[in-house]
Ligand binder design. Structure first.
Ligand code: DLL
Length: 433
């Protein structure tokens, strides 16, 4: 089913025309109302009149997270604060959070994007949404909440944590849609098994998983363990929150709501646009946002776009799974490594659980990477030779994918700390050296 057929299925020509018109409005708005953008555009000699079609977007300046921090908290808002009805923020690892403001129309557009997502997963007003994304400054909880209400579903605003209670209510209320990070979904799946409730007493059928990178192998694992169809949901607070993109029933790419958020892929070094299908940095421009519209916001997420029509009927562009963020990329002895590459190798082997940590250090000027992996209960043994054989198998599989040698440490089942939100998997000690 399709929630907003007009927006999701219009012809590419119509869409580009609409995007061009909306871009011109946004540029006029920020030039007039956001001193930061007026200054940036003046610096490079671009005026709103220079923007006549969506192709002119490349004339505009980029925006980065640092620009948001430099204008903390509300310097990039394009409306008076009386028109801001909601504020969210993302914590980041250092310093002040990045803050975003929404007008009533912004919240309406955002909820519509989530309604599109949930409808694409096959959810309807007959569903019970179990929302285990954190509620609060993080956009996950409230974002999913308003989208689920918009389609008329029953919403359980669980937030994250207290997993035993989550399972009790999921069981007793008959939750049918689970919204949380893939790593938390995995934790919940394992806890359901421990809970003693038979799985057929749960009504779960759909998972809306995102907020962190996850692999196809993780999807298979979650679908099997929970007996559901697991869908990707993508987003970032600077642009809206969850629902910037969503998967349809084909599960072959994440459709982006490009009538609201215009995507580009650029080379992160030269800033040149990249061709369809080439992997680079994803950049978004707000086309309809009123509260805090951003031009060419560099997400640091690495992916590729595909414009061919999807058999679901939507014309919205499809994005590949996020390979990782450019700042998650580790350079180990000159080789670029993403945690998601290691995850897919681990999960291709029956012996290992999708629970791992990656430690990186530099010793005597040499980069060292050690991967800790949990062995599944049924494979864990006191027999040293069997454990050594498993270790060797994993180490050579990782070597053949990454092209570098990596140390492996096999750890006991359930010994790696579980995550209730975004999982932290990489610990790079080189940063402090
Ligand atoms: O994570 C919004 C969100 C909430 C998305 C719930 C989906 C579900 P931030 O905290 O600002 O917002 O983090 C945004 O998380 O730039 C990506 O690096 C990563 N991310 C989000 N969704 C996905 C996904 C929310 N589906 C950052 N796959 C983004 C991979 C994702 N990475």
């Amino acid at each position: 089913m399709i929630w907003n057929k007009e927006a999701e299925c219009m012809s590419r020509e119509q869409l580009r025309e609409l995007q061009g018109k909306r871009l011109r409005n946004v540029v006029e708005n920020v030039y007039k109302n956001t001193p930061f953008y007026r200054r940036k555009m003046d610096e490079i000699g671009v005026k709103p009149e220079d923007i006549n079609s969506i192709d002119d977007i490349t004339k505009l300046p980029f925006t980065t997270k640092t620009d948001l921090r430099d204008n903390y908290p509300f310097g990039l808002c394009a409306v008076p604060m009386k028109d801001i009805v909601r504020v969210h923020a993302s914590s980041g690892t250092t310093g002040k959070p990045t803050v975003v403001g929404y007008t009533r129309n912004d919240l309406e557009a955002w909820a519509d994007c989530l309604a599109r997502s949930f409808t694409a997963y096959g959810a309807t007003k007959n569903d019970f949404f179990h929302i285990s994304y954190g509620y609060g400054l993080f956009t996950g909880g409230l974002g999913a909440h308003y989208g689920a209400e918009k389609i008329g579903a029953s919403v359980i605003p669980m937030s994250s944590g207290n997993t035993d209670k989550q399972i009790l209510l999921m069981h007793d209320f008959g939750s049918s849609v689970l919204c949380c990070t893939p790593s938390y979904a995995l934790f919940i799946a394992d806890k359901i098994k421990e809970s003693g409730y038979p799985r057929n007493e749960f009504k779960l059928k759909i998972g809306a998983f995102g907020a962190e990178p996850w692999t196809e192998q993780m999807r298979t694992e979650l679908q099997e363990k929970l007996g559901i169809k697991a869908y990707d949901i993508y987003g970032l607070s600077e642009i809206a929150g969850p629902g910037v993109g969503f998967e349809c029933e084909n599960q072959n790419g994440t459709h982006l709501n490009e009538d609201h958020y215009f995507p580009e892929i650029i080379n992160p070094v030269t800033f040149e646009p990249m061709k369809e299908g080439e992997t680079g940095e994803l950049v978004f421009t707000h086309l309809t946002k009123e509260g805090m519209p951003l031009l060419r916001y560099r997400t640091k997420d690495l992916t590729a776009l595909h414009f061919d029509k999807c058999s679901c009927g939507r014309t919205l562009v499809r994005m590949d799974r996020i390979l990782g963020r450019s700042d998650d990329m580790m350079i180990i002895r000159g080789v670029n490594v993403f945690p998601s590459q290691i995850e897919s190798v681990i999960l291709k082997m029956d012996e290992f659980a999708p629970q791992y940590k990656i430690f990186v250090d530099r010793i005597n000027n040499l980069d060292i990477m050690e991967v800790w992996v949990e062995v599944r209960e049924e494979y864990f043994t006191d027999e040293l030779s069997k454990m050594l054989a498993m270790k060797k198998k994993l180490s050579s599989a990782i070597h053949s994918v990454l092209g570098i040698a990596v140390d492996i440490k096999l750890v006991e089942p359930n010994s790696i700390e579980r995550s209730e939100g975004k999982a932290k998997r990489v610990f790079d000690k080189r940063i402090f050296k």
